[in-house]
Design a protein around this ligand. Structure first.
Ligand SMILES: [Zn+2]
Length: 82
């Protein structure tokens, strides 16, 4: 499977967030690169530092305070269904 300029990824997740300011919901795609201890399941992602490092910004009001409401593992190249 050839990747186009984005490096190899081992997993892809759709992260659904809810804004603390305007209560809008949106979905972000998170590609997990092929690194040591890379999370490949939702459970591993929840326990990983990778998720804690992410900053989720509301697309509507641009607030940086948004809560993760759900995470879904995607197959590679699968589009997000918000
Ligand atoms: Zn917002």
């Amino acid at each position: 499977m050839a990747e186009e300029g984005e490096g190899r990824i081992v997993a892809r997740f759709a992260i659904h967030i809810c804004c603390d300011s305007c209560s809008s919901t949106s979905a972000k795609r998170l590609d997990v690169p092929d690194v040591e201890d890379a999370p490949t399941t939702v459970e591993e992602l929840l326990e990983s530092a990778l998720l804690a490092r992410q900053t989720f910004c509301c697309e509507v009001c641009e607030s940086r305070i948004a809560y993760v409401t759900s995470i879904k593992r995607l197959r590679e190249k699968e589009p997000i269904h918000a």
